[in-house]
Design a protein around this ligand. Structure first.
Ligand code: HSE
Length: 291
């Protein structure tokens, strides 16, 4: 039997649509696998009623198929589904690492990213690796068609999750298909600034590069209270704010020790907008780990 914890993740980071991702220290999914003749899945925890236990429709089940590693898979959800915090990716990542160990498949972490992305594809229709990469590798990740690059970073953040449901499919439909050259130029600047900030562990630079562009900003209208939440977070000391993944979570980058006041400000702003929310004051953390 093998048990693996895989963290929540935040994709896009404003300037890196479908490219950037980071691992959060919490929340996380815990997946336990045991060899079996055929794959069965049992889900417990947050939002379990929304998660299919049919292996063909579950990210972890698809991963078991990809690895030819049938197992009884117990998924304990700590990451709410449809949260913008990489819920399906956390399960896929944990299953990939656990089954690789259980069956001694010998795949490298980068190879496991591709396997877990297939699990994501089964659920979302497209194989994005921008959540599974940080869920497996930890830190800050840059995913392209050819490569996955990982940077160990330690940046304080708050992920604030409102009680709103936004499906990734819906959120992708509001994204424009093209951008103007001026915007492309400023987005490249933001992305480069954010990446430099991750290398330097500098929350000021990361926050400056975390601005939404027209791609990631298109999701703001799906999140009631977003503008007020962003303004409140910035007033409370956040260095940057963006929609987390496809939303509805909102990610704020903080200065050292600044998470509590930013989290309170974001919760208050959601409350004033009539939206219940919960906040995770956390930091960029490590990837999937065998327990
Ligand atoms: N990059 C993806 C998106 C993340 O924003 O749609 C969610 O899967």
């Amino acid at each position: 039997m093998v048990t693996v914890r895989a963290p929540a993740t935040s994709a896009n980071l404003g300037s890196g649509f479908d490219v950037f991702g980071l691992a959060l220290e919490r929340p996380a999914d815990v997946v336990r696998v045991e060899r079996a003749d055929e794959t069965t899945i049992e889900v417990t925890g947050v939002g379990r009623q929304y998660i299919p236990e049919n292996p063909a429709k579950n990210t972890a089940g698809v991963v078991a198929e990809e690895l030819d590693a049938p197992a009884h898979i117990e998924i304990n959800k700590g990451v709410r589904p449809s949260s913008g915090l990489g819920s399906s990716a956390a399960s896929a990542a944990a299953a990939a690492v656990a089954l690789n160990e259980l069956y001694d498949r010998g795949l490298t972490p980068t190879e496991l990213v591709r396997v877990a992305a297939e699990g994501e594809a089964a659920v979302s229709g497209e194989a994005h690796a921008d959540n599974v990469a940080p869920a497996i590798l930890g830190g800050f990740t840059i995913v392209t068609d050819e490569d996955v690059t990982q940077v160990d970073a330690s940046i304080p953040v708050v992920a604030c999750l409102p009680e709103i449901v936004v499906s990734t499919r819906d959120a992708r439909q509001v994204v424009p298909q093209s951008v103007e050259i001026d915007e492309l130029v400023s987005t490249v600047g933001d992305a480069a600034t954010l990446t430099a900030g991750m290398f330097r562990n500098d929350p000021e630079l990361v926050g400056k590069g975390l601005r939404n562009n027209s791609l990631t900003g298109a999701r703001e209208s799906l999140i009631k209270g977003f503008d007020a939440v962003r303004e409140s977070a910035l007033s409370a000391g956040a260095t940057g704010v963006a929609v987390s993944g496809a939303g509805p979570s909102v990610l704020a980058v903080c200065r050292e020790g600044g998470q509590s006041s930013v989290a309170s400000a974001m919760l208050d702003a959601f409350f004033d907008a009539g939206v219940e929310a919960r906040a995770y004051p956390t930091s960029v953390g490590s990837g999937a780990a065998i327990l």
